[in-house]
Each structure stands twice: as C-alpha cells, then as structure tokens.
Design a protein around this ligand. Structure first.
Ligand code: HEC
Ligand code: HEC
Ligand code: HEC
Ligand code: HEC
Ligand code: HEC
Length: 498
C-alpha cells in the first residue's frame, strides 16, 4: 500500500550546488532600484505600514502565532521566571520579539508592555529583511537593513514604499528557504541541550532531499489557487501569493481565532495514520496500536514538544463491559497526572543536571524523547519505509486483556500545553489572572483536541485475520496504513512520568 504523500507542496526545485547554509543566496537584484524615494527603516519596521498595500498578508499574519509570539501570556510568564531564576537575558526575546532585540529596545523582554507594538512578535520587516543565515539554531539571522523587502519574486513591480528583490531564502520552492525558518525553529539552551529540534528533524527526513523533498513553506504557507495581485498598488499583475497564518498547533488565547483554529484542526486531523490490531485468542489476547506520522515534515509533535501533551486513549469492551482502558484523562487534568502504567504519551521530558524532570527551558541539561519520527524515505522497497510505523502493546509487557474483546476504540489527543506546565507557572507566582484572560479561561483554551475521528475495531469490521508470530491477528485502519508490514516498538519514557 502506498503512503499518502502530503498534498500541500510542490517538489522542491533542484538548485545547483545548494548546500544548506551556503546561505548568502540572494538573486542578483533583478529589479532596478525602484523609486529613489521610499519609506525609512523606522516606517518599514511597522506592520501597519504594510497593511495598506498588502492587506491579505497583514490580516493573516496579525492572527498568527508569529504576531502573537511576545504577547502570549505563557511566554511572558516563562520569560519572567527565567529572568528571575537564571538571568537568561535576551535568550527568549531574540526569537519571540527579534526586532525589539535588534533595535536595542529590550535586553530581557521584561519591558515588552511599554514597547510599541511594531517591535513585538516575529514581524514582516524581520522576515523580509533577512539577507543571510549564519547558523542552524537560536536565531542567527542577519538583517540587511537596506529598506529592501526580500520575497520570492525576481521581477517585483516597483512601489513607493520599499525596494524589492527576489531571494532564495524567501522562495518556498527552493530548499534554502528552510534555513531561514529553521534558524528559529531549533533551540539549544545555555546548557547545550537541543530542546527544540524541528529544523534538525526536517534535515534528517526525506523532506530535505533535493529531488523529492518539501520545504517548511510548502507545507505551512499555502499557495493561492488563483492568480491575484500581491499588493493593492499601481502596476501590479496577478500572481501566486502565500498564506501568512502559519497553522500548526497553537492559536492565540484572545481575539477571533476561528479561521486559524479550523486550519490547525484540519492539519492535525491528517497528520497521523493509525491502526488497531487485536492479537491472540481467549485469555491470551492483547491490543496493538500502530501510529505513523505521514504528513509532518519532521517529528510529531515537534518544536515545543516538552510542553505539548499527545497521548492515545484505548478502550476495549466485551459486550457492555469495559475490560481494558488506558489513556483516559478526565477533563481539566493533565495526562501526566494519570496513574496509568500503560499510557502512551508522546513528548519530550526535560531533565536537570540531577536527572530530575523539570518544565522550564533553562533548567534542562538533557531530555528524554519519544517523538514519532518524520518519514525517512518514500521508497517502499527501502527498509526505512516502515521505521515510522510505531507500535505500542496494550497491556504492556507480558500481560493480556481479561477477556477477548468485541470492540476496541482508539482516540488520539493533543493538548497544546500541559496543564501541569500552567500549574507550575501559577505556583511560582509568574502566571495569574489578567484583565483580558483569567487562568481558568487560559486553561480552558488548552483543552485537548481529538486528532481525526475515533477508530473502532470489531471482529466484523476488521480486515481478515492473519498469523503474526504464531498467533492470529486482526486489524483495522481508517486509512492506508499497511498493518501487515514491519513495525518498530514504541519508545516509552523511563526517567519521567509519561
Ligand atoms: C505603497 C504600497 C506598498 C507598501 C506600503 C508596501 N509594499 Fe510591499 N510591495 C508593493 C508592491 C507594488 C510590490 C510588488 C508586487 C508584485 O510585483 O507583484 C511589493 C512587493 C513586496 C514583496 C515581494 C518582493 C519580491 O521581490 O518578492 C514583499 C516581501 C513585500 N512587498 C513586503 C512588504 C512589507 C513587509 C511591507 C511593510 C514594511 C510592504 N511590503 C509595504 C507595495 C507596497
Ligand atoms: C515568518 C516569516 C514571515 C513573516 C513574519 C512575514 N512573511 Fe511575508 N513571506 C514570507 C515568505 C517565506 C514568503 C515567500 C513565500 C514563497 O515562497 O513564495 C513571503 C511572501 C510575502 C509576499 C509576497 C506575496 C506572497 O504572498 O507570496 C508579501 C507581499 C509579503 N510576504 C508580505 C508580508 C507582510 C506584509 C507581512 C507582515 C504583515 C509578512 N509578509 C510577514 C515570510 C514571512
Ligand atoms: C525570528 C524567528 C522565527 C522565524 C524566522 C520563523 N519563525 Fe515560526 N515561529 C517563531 C516563534 C517564536 C513561534 C511561536 C510563537 C508562540 O507560540 O508564541 C513561531 C511559530 C510558528 C508556527 C506555529 C507553531 C504552532 O505550534 O502553532 C509555524 C507553523 C511556524 N512558526 C512556521 C515558520 C515558517 C514556515 C517559517 C519560515 C518561513 C518561520 N516559522 C520562521 C519564530 C520564528
Ligand atoms: C511535509 C509537510 C511539512 C513540512 C515540510 C514541514 N512541516 Fe511543520 N508540520 C507539518 C504538519 C502536518 C504538522 C503537524 C500538524 C500540526 O501541527 O497542525 C506540523 C507541525 C509543525 C509545528 C508545530 C509542532 C508542534 O508539535 O508544536 C511547527 C512549529 C512546524 N511544523 C514548523 C515547521 C518548520 C520550521 C519546517 C521546516 C524546517 C516544517 N515545519 C516543515 C507539516 C510540515
Ligand atoms: C531559537 C528561537 C527560540 C528561542 C530562543 C525561544 N523560543 Fe519559544 N518558541 C520558538 C518557536 C519556533 C516556537 C514554536 C514551536 C512549536 O510550535 O512547536 C516557540 C514556542 C514557544 C511557546 C508556545 C508553546 C509552548 O511551549 O508553550 C512558549 C510559551 C515559548 N516558546 C516560550 C519561550 C521562552 C520562555 C523562551 C526562553 C526561555 C523561549 N521560548 C525561547 C522559538 C524560540
């Protein structure tokens, strides 16, 4: 059976000698310097300036996590705590409000409330001024500061606000573009622990291969289906534009988030393929759940995987009786509170120098991880093809169900941030009720999402059974997962609660 290829992107165009990080890759400015008079740097730093001519990009960005990155109350609380406990200085704001750092307006992010909005978040000016990528983590991006906006067009129409130039770093169809995103989407903390690894995971996956790969932008910035003007300005013609909402997991806590929310949900619904297998007979029966991360161009979850809570809920029934259950998390609690030795919880655990589990970035000396890996190959003949089929046995170890089930259901849940992390910030005094948002409201916004529809196995709906290691096994999948193929056993946390 064929794995579904992510629908989102076109293939990356092969770029001659495009070593990643051979980064100063701007096309020669093909447009003549436009009008000699254009806005100054100060005016161009303000996203409001862009909104008059680029209303779509502006509106999409304004509702995105990039715009919200330094307004997020969880960010503000964690940063404040990091300053007090570890004096982490610019570390966090360098990614969450890079223009505030680059203009010298902040050294620690503690004065963000007093700063003008144009310096907050990951702004238009920041991304579109990048001229060079000098590293792979912790935002080593170099800005040109030359009143020139860099984009994917090599033939930009001149305008009165800014000069324009085409840039390989800003063209989602070129592999180099991933180095711009990746430079911030990978974090190494002051103890050398690589606590967020989205870029490194992408580089290790098939998605970074020149001929078949897909860039960050090809999945996270949808291309317009129609040709349309990229600016409300004289002389422009219709072309392809790109969505600036950047959907993934988070949505802002306040404001109208319905559009982003719907995109996040549909993205999440198609990220994993799953199967349920019931193996054995009578009193020697167990359940297997197989998950395959088919659509993320990196591990899943990725990035802030120390705060994400992804887990599998399994329920097995014999008649009306519940004979087995794992991963059932009561509303308003965290999966980490469960007393459930079988729970399959997929996340990073941060560990301090004494190997004790901790929640905060700066406390981590190492981490323990069991993320679902990204695809290593699209070639079914390659043994690595099935290395992403991760299998968990229920109950764990040598145990069996108390009876042969006639129904098994599986739900996959994702909470954007664990309530245990929120409680930790409340307990340290860094997060409290705000004017716009109470802690209770914030927690409600972190309620888990179901990923896709519930999958149910019954003897009648399952595919014909086959023999696996001497025992009959019968499986169901709602999608194309090849459950008869090889799997790898799930990695389970040892040094922290799941
Ligand atoms: C006066 C109108 C106007 C304003 C204000 C304006 N732009 Fe533009 N921008 C244009 C036009 C016109 C184009 C060319 C579009 C085309 O060629 O299809 C353009 C092109 C671009 C491009 C693509 C460049 C390329 O070569 O690919 C980017 C990126 C861009 N603008 C960003 C911005 C940002 C960021 C701001 C705010 C700081 C901004 N613009 C403000 C009119 C404007
Ligand atoms: C996280 C980085 C990032 C931020 C923030 C960002 N952009 Fe972009 N933008 C891009 C990339 C990358 C492209 C090129 C997409 C592609 O490959 O064609 C792009 C393309 C564009 C274009 C060309 C037309 C199009 O839609 O493809 C314009 C105009 C533009 N951006 C304006 C803006 C404005 C205005 C803002 C702020 C309101 C903004 N951008 C914020 C990364 C960013
Ligand atoms: C200046 C650093 C920076 C750059 C460059 C950058 N990002 Fe981000 N990005 C962030 C930060 C910070 C957040 C998280 C904001 C938050 O949650 O508070 C984020 C959030 C996101 C999210 C949403 C994550 C979620 O869980 O909802 C996506 C998707 C994303 N970025 C993709 C991209 C892509 C694609 C590019 C390149 C075109 C890019 N980013 C460039 C810093 C950056
Ligand atoms: C093949 C498509 C694809 C590619 C390529 C891709 N992503 Fe993703 N990304 C996804 C999917 C699917 C998800 C998971 C669904 C979701 O989060 O809604 C995701 C999730 C994310 C998240 C949220 C992770 C989390 O669990 O908190 C971030 C941040 C992100 N991607 C950034 C990037 C960056 C940066 C790159 C390039 C280095 C990239 N992505 C490349 C498809 C892709
Ligand atoms: C190298 C750039 C970078 C640095 C440094 C960084 N972040 Fe982030 N942060 C990101 C990106 C990218 C995301 C989105 C990741 C994702 O969605 O998986 C993010 C997401 C977040 C989120 C939202 C998701 C969550 O985990 O709750 C919070 C809060 C946050 N960061 C706080 C911080 C704090 C506090 C610091 C400093 C201790 C910090 N960040 C340092 C880039 C950075």
């Amino acid at each position: 059976m064929k794995k579904r290829r992510p629908a989102a992107g076109r293939r990356i165009a092969a770029v001659a000698a495009s070593a990643l990080l051979a980064a100063c890759t701007e096309a020669a400015p093909s447009a003549p310097a436009t009008t000699p008079t254009h806005l100054d740097r100060d005016a161009l730093m303000d996203p409001e300036t862009c909104s008059t001519c680029h209303p779509n990009q502006y509106a999409e960005w304004a509702g995105s996590m990039h715009a919200y990155a330094s307004d997020d109350p969880l960010f503000l609380a964690m940063n404040a705590r990091g300053q007090r406990e570890a004096g982490i200085g610019k570390f966090c704001v360098n990614c969450h409000a890079p223009m505030a750092v680059r203009t010298g307006a902040t050294d620690d992010g503690l004065n963000l409330a007093e700063l003008p909005p144009k310096l907050k978040g990951v702004t238009c000016f920041f991304c579109h001024s990048v001229k060079e990528v000098t590293g792979t983590h912790d935002n080593p991006l170099v800005l040109a500061n030359d009143e020139t906006m860099r984009g994917e067009y090599t033939d930009p129409v001149p305008n009165s606000a800014h000069r324009s130039t085409g840039s390989h770093l800003h063209d989602r169809d070129l592999r180099e573009s991933a180095t711009l995103c990746g430079a911030c989407h990978d974090i190494v903390n002051q103890h050398g622990a690589q606590i967020e690894r989205t870029f490194a995971e992408w580089q290790a996956s098939v998605f970074s291969e020149p001929s078949v790969g897909t860039t960050c932008g090809q999945c996270h910035m949808d291309q317009s289906t129609n040709l349309e003007p990229a600016a409300d300005a004289p002389g422009v013609f219709a072309r392809r534009t790109h969505d600036h909402r950047f959907p993934a997991v988070d949505v802002p806590f306040t404001g109208d988030t319905r559009e982003l929310d719907a995109r996040v949900q549909s993205f999440l619904d198609t990220t994993l393929q799953s199967a349920i297998c019931v193996r054995g007979a009578g009193a020697l029966t167990d359940v297997r759940v197989i998950l395959d991360n088919v659509a993320a161009g990196h591990a899943f979850p990725s990035g802030a995987a120390q705060d994400r809570r992804l887990w599998v809920e399994v329920s097995a029934y014999a008649g009306k009786e519940l004979v087995y259950r794992s991963g059932h998390v009561p509303a308003g609690t965290s999966v980490t509170d469960l007393d459930d030795p079988d729970v399959w919880s997929v996340r990073d655990c941060l560990l301090d120098a004494d190997d004790e589990p901790v929640h905060m970035f700066w406390q981590a000396s190492s981490f323990e991880s069991n993320l679902l890996p990204g695809q290593a190959t699209f070639d079914q003949m390659d043994p690595r093809f099935y290395q992403t089929h991760v299998e968990q046995k229920y109950p764990r170890g040598d145990a069996y169900l108390s009876a042969f089930p006639d129904r098994v259901s599986v739900n996959i849940w994702l909470a954007p941030v664990g309530l245990d992390v929120v409680d930790d910030l409340v307990a340290s005094g860094d997060l409290a009720d705000g004017d716009e948002l109470t802690v209770a409201e914030l927690k409600a916004r972190l309620a888990p999402r179901a990923l896709g529809a519930e999958l149910t196995w019954t003897p009648d709906t399952a595919a014909p059974s086959f023999v696996s290691d001497g025992l009959p096994m019968s499986c169901i999948t709602t999608n194309a997962l090849n459950f008869r193929a090889d799997t790898v056993p799930a990695v389970n946390h040892e040094r922290c609660v799941p």
